[in-house]
Unconditional design. Structure first.
Length: 239
């Protein structure tokens, strides 16, 4: 982001603003003293960590009360105004992730400045091994839906798009980021596979039936959104 971040090394009071990075921090043994309400993994370590709001609506009073020596966020998942306000009071390090290489770079960097590189490298290697096992195992033209009313999909220039390509899918949604799809656009697509994510919209079996009326020839599947969009140690659970 074009700026230096100075921290006490290693940081002992970390607030994490992104679920996938919170999971990685706790997996390597970092001292996380604050999290968002969406940070739910690992569940055996998360319950006693104070919540400081959501990824896009921070509770600044709660953050100030915790007095972090480092805040870790992500350029896409957090909101610019909130990050700018935090930067005036605390060291804030931000990731910017679009590819698997970006995610491994993030994990390496965090492992380094937390002085926990040995454990971080173990997780990185486990993630890389898991990711290699699923490379090219899928095929066909796909649509990955993340929201309903309006329909929204993962498009180009996203980590989900990169994961789809890694698996072997061709993403039919070529617009960048997370475009809304009109009914006309929906019906004009001709996917082989439609993936309905478990997050942020909680797609269920009933939505498969609804979409089967739109795409009768397509194969429809409910998928674990964490596997497709969490870019930390969750990658090791691919199989």
């Amino acid at each position: 982001m074009g700026r230096e971040v100075e921290i006490n090394f290693p940081p002992k009071r970390i607030i994490s603003l992104v679920p996938s990075q919170t999971e990685f921090l706790l997996d390597i043994g970092a001292s996380v003293i604050g999290r968002t309400k969406f940070c739910i993994h690992p569940n055996d370590k998360i319950s006693n960590i104070p919540v400081i709001g959501g990824t896009k609506n921070f509770r600044f009073d709660a953050i100030r009360a915790l007095q972090p020596d480092l805040i870790i966020g992500n350029k896409e998942e957090n909101y610019q105004e909130g990050i700018k306000e935090l930067e005036t009071e605390f060291p804030v390090w931000m990731s910017d992730i679009y590819t698997l290489e970006d995610s491994f770079s993030m994990m390496t960097t965090i492992g380094g400045f937390c002085n926990l590189m040995n454990r971080a490298d173990q997780i990185i290697q486990t993630c890389k091994k898991a990711i290699r096992t699923v490379e090219g195992t899928k095929s066909g033209k796909a649509v990955y839906l993340i929201w309903k009313n309006p329909w929204m999909a993962a498009g180009a220039n996203t980590f989900i798009d990169h994961m789809l390509a890694h698996l072997g899918f061709e993403n039919l949604v070529k617009s960048e980021r997370y475009p809304e799809l009109t009914e006309a656009q929906i019906t004009s697509l001709n996917p082989d596979k439609v993936l309905l994510s478990s997050e942020p919209y909680p797609f269920k079996e009933k939505h498969l039936k609804e979409l089967k009326n739109i795409w009768p020839e397509a194969s429809l599947e409910l998928v674990d959104g964490e596997l497709y969009s969490w870019y930390g140690s969750r990658l090791q659970y691919w199989k």
